[in-house]
Structures are given as structure tokens and as C-alpha cells.
Design a protein around this ligand. Structure first.
Ligand code: AHR
Length: 307
């Protein structure tokens, strides 16, 4: 069915602005705040009318938001899926309504790739792998076991699944590196602190913390300090994101290494929105470019860090 000319504020036919319905995960981390800001600012400067919805970490809220975007006949739908699975039904509804969908930041595990136009975001397996490779090098001289505790991201989310896998693959053949405890810290500071407190009580020897994001590492640092230990020295820390607070802790010697995950997806997303709404072909996968930081590199980069 052609929706052109059906009227209504959301209809972009007739020279009006393109309407983009965007369903965000929530506001769990510094990364997410930077990502939301990037999307809102880029929509504004691209002249795209943004309908923004915050799912507060709940898949059912995202599904409701997507259904409401379909009803409002937005031109394009974009979203960052809270979890990987369970999207086929609602994606089929969007497809039937003729509304193209763009996945940003996180992907879905649907086998039908025609349900979305493209996926713009990081390679989370590669990020976990980089963290693991750093630890393998860092532990080269260690003679005994290197005991690692892991703070996972939100259960069922692509970054939690993939960062766990990438890290496990990288440390796989180094038998002295042992993940002695692994639990979700839900990508938040508060939960990162709480779970680290529990790890410190239950584990007799912790050498390294691998946190799936900076916020959980920052919460864990509070727990480590409260337990009378020195983060970055007594317990080495490697995390993912490279948000400003994480970079500051890295520069201060409290974190040892950060793998970057770039949240500034707004400009590329608006570009894709314009292309798909014009019926142009876009690549099926657009990977974000990112780097890694040690303490010296963090010190040098901090003054220019935007987020
Ligand atoms: O999906 C990206 C992840 O989600 C970020 O690494 C984490 O901080 C955020 O909450």
C-alpha cells in the first residue's frame, strides 16, 4: 500500500520533514547519554523530525513504541534493541506497513535479514577480543594463576553476549587466566558496585576485573576502594566504552586499559535515514571505527574528549 498523501502530521509527503521514530534502550550509562545526545542533535541539524522514545530497559516498551511509530506512519524507524531475540513479529509489522527499519548500536538475532535495511554499530565480539588480548599480554610474565572477575552487561543484550564471547576466545588458550566469577552488572554504576562488593566477599584472590562497560568499572572502583584495595594496582581493570569518566579513571591509574565503543552514531544514522527514505540502497552492515586506550593515551586524549 502506498501511504503517500494519507495526510496527518507524521506524513512526510508533500515536502515536509522526514519523520524518524527512534526507540532508545534507556539511560543506563554515560555511553547511552552520549548516544542519545548525538541522535537528538544530528536529527535537528539534518532537519529530520525525531520522535524519541525511551524504553527504560524493557523490550515490551520498545515493541509498544515501534507499534506506535507504525500507527503514526513515520517515514523510518530506528532502534537500539535492548535484547537480541524476540523481534520478528514487530519487525514483520513494520515491513507490512512499508516502513524501513534501521538497527543502530545493537543488532537482533532474526534469521530474516529482510526485516531491516541495515545495522549501524560496533563489532562487540572484536571489542571483547581486544580486552582479552590485552590481558594475555599483560599476564605474560605471571607465574601463577591470574584470577579474573567479569561484570557482564544487561542479560540477553548483544554487547553482553558478544563481549563475553570475544574475551573468552582471546584468553582461551592461556590456561593460567581463569574467569573465577561472572555476573551481570546491568551496565550501571550502582549494580557494578553492588556485584563487585559481592565478588570481593566471595573470592579469596582477585587479580583482574573485566567490566563490559566503564560505568560498571567505575562502580566497582568504589567497592574496591571501600575494601581497602587499590584499583589499577591490587586489582587490574580493563573495560569497554572510553567515556570521559572512564578515561579520567584510566588517566588517574585506577583503570589499566579501555577498549573504545563509539556512541556518536547520530550523523551516520541521519545519513542512512535520508537514503532509505529516498529508496536508495544502503550497505547491510556499517561498522563503527574505534580504537583502544592505555593510561598514557588516555591522558593525551582527555582534553579533547567530547563525551
Ligand atoms: O550497546 C552499547 C552498550 O550499551 C555500551 O557499551 C554500554 O555502556 C551501554 O549501556
Amino acid at each position: 500500500t502506498l501511504l503517500t498523501g494519507c495526510g496527518g502530521a507524521a506524513d512526510s509527503a508533500g515536502g515536509g520533514a522526514i519523520t524518524l521514530g527512534f526507540s532508545q534502550v534507556g539511560a543506563e550509562s554515560g555511553w547511552r547519554t552520549a548516544n542519545t545526545k548525538s541522535i537528538q542533535e544530528s536529527a535537528k541539524s539534518a532537519g529530520i523530525e525525531l520522535k524519541f522514545s525511551d524504553a527504560q530497559q524493557k523490550q515490551e516498551n520498545q515493541i509498544t513504541a515501534i507499534r506506535s511509530f507504525i500507527q503514526q506512519k513515520v517515514k523510518v524507524i530506528a532502534f537500539s534493541p535492548v535484547v537480541e531475540s524476540g523481534w520478528d513479529t514487530v519487525l514483520k509489522e513494520a515491513k507490512t506497513a512499508g516502513i524501513p527499519v534501521i538497527l543502530t548500536d545493537r543488532s537482533v538475532d532474526s534469521s530474516d535479514k529482510t526485516l531491516y535495511k541495515t545495522f549501524l554499530g560496533s563489532d562487540f565480539v572484536a571489542e571483547g577480543k581486544k580486552a582479552g588480548e590485552w590481558l594475555v599480554k599483560e599476564s605474560a610474565a605471571a607465574t601463577g594463576d591470574v584470577n579474573v572477575v567479569e561484570l557482564q552487561g544487561s542479560t540477553g543484550s548483544a554487547p553482553a553476549n558478544d563481549r563475553k564471547k570475544g574475551f573468552a576466545d582471546a584468553i582461551g588458550s592461556t590456561s593460567k587466566i581463569k574467569v573465577v566469577a561472572s555476573q551481570t552488572g546491568e551496565f550501571t554504576r550502582a549494580k557494578g558496585k553492588e556485584v563487585m562488593e559481592a565478588f570481593l566477599k566471595s573470592q579469596s584472590k582477585i587479580d583482574v576485573l573485566y567490566a563490559h562497560n566503564d560505568d560498571m568499572a567505575l562502580g566497582a572502583i568504589e567497592a574496591i576502594e571501600a575494601a581497602g584495595k587499590k584499583p589499577g594496582t591490587d586489582i587490574k581493570i580493563v573495560s569497554v566504552d572510553a567515556v570521559k569518566d572512564g578515561m579520567q579513571a584510566l588517566a588517574d591509574g585506577k583503570i589499566n586499559y579501555i577498549v573504545e565503543c563509539n556512541p556518536l552514531l547520530g550523523p551516520q544514522l541521519m545519513d542512512l535515514v535520508k537514503k532509505v527514505s529516498a529508496g536508495e540502497e544502503v550497505p547491510a552492515r556499517i561498522e563503527t571505527q574505534e580504537t583502544e586506550f592505555d593510561q598514557a593515551k588516555a591522558k593525551a586524549a582527555l582534553p579533547q574528549r567530547q563525551y
